[in-house]
Write a protein that binds this ligand. Structure first.
Ligand code: BG6
Ligand code: MG
Length: 216
């Protein structure tokens, strides 16, 4: 019998797919700076914080900026991104995510969000599932990015559950490593060929059940 008492969820790629909005906003910024930015590059930014993403994009474009200029560029990108996510609706929740959150709560498990995004509360409000989380820890609460376990350790603490009794749901390799570094179990969302370090991998939360959790 499993000792899982809390489920900690990444947001982007697990509950919603905002990568396309991040891509459009970063591409617009790159184009304004005079270079292009491909969807393949965008893959490398999943789970990476806003300012770290900008640093990588500038590096790929061979562009150097001061810290003040970087802040201005990150703000500009975020304004475009926020405008796009302001139109998100519950229809954009990934298949099975809401149902699995409800099942976790019905089974008496705590739920928490653990995301690098500073816009996570806006997104959860727009897709109308903010009430399904006992705690929300995001980019506004942490100083270290995944694979550092800070975001998940704070989530575990916020719901009062020991890390060893938590399971993390993640689509990014760095997120699975963050779970491992925090002493937590992990369920990868995606391909087992990519998320090789996860305790279990499913294609999406529509393929996850409380029964499967109990085998961890
Ligand atoms: C992560 C995304 O969830 O949040 C990254 O996967 C993004 O692509 C990061 O850069 C930060 O998001 P935000 O909303 O704070 O700019
Ligand atoms: Mg993710």
């Amino acid at each position: 019998m499993s000792n899982i008492k809390a489920c900690l969820f990444d947001l982007d790629g697990v509950i919603v797919d905002t990568a396309v909005y991040h891509y459009k906003a970063w591409k617009r910024l790159a184009n304004e700076l005079g270079f292009d930015f491909t969807e393949e590059d965008n893959e490398k930014l999943k789970g990476v914080s806003r300012i770290e993403s900008l640093n990588l994009i500038l590096q790929w474009g061979g562009v150097t900026k001061t810290d003040a200029e970087k802040q201005e560029l990150a703000t500009r990108k975020n304004e475009w991104y926020v405008e796009m996510i302001s139109h998100m609706t519950p229809a954009e929740i990934l298949p099975g995510a809401k149902e699995f959150l409800i099942a976790c709560r019905a089974a008496g498990l705590k739920t928490a969000l653990g995301s690098a995004s500073k816009n996570s509360t806006t997104i959860l409000n727009n897709i109308k599932i903010v009430d399904l989380f006992d705690a929300i820890i995001d980019g506004n609460h942490v100083s270290k990015s995944k694979p550092d376990p800070e975001v998940f350790l704070k989530g575990a603490e916020a719901v009062g559950v020991a890390p060893a009794d938590c399971v993390v749901f993640e689509d990014a390799i760095a997120g699975i490593q963050a779970a491992i570094n925090g002493g937590m179990k992990s369920v990868g969302i995606g391909s087992p060929d990519v998320l090789t370090q996860a305790d279990m991998v499913v294609s999406g939360l529509d393929n996850m059940t409380i029964e499967k959790l109990q085998t961890l």
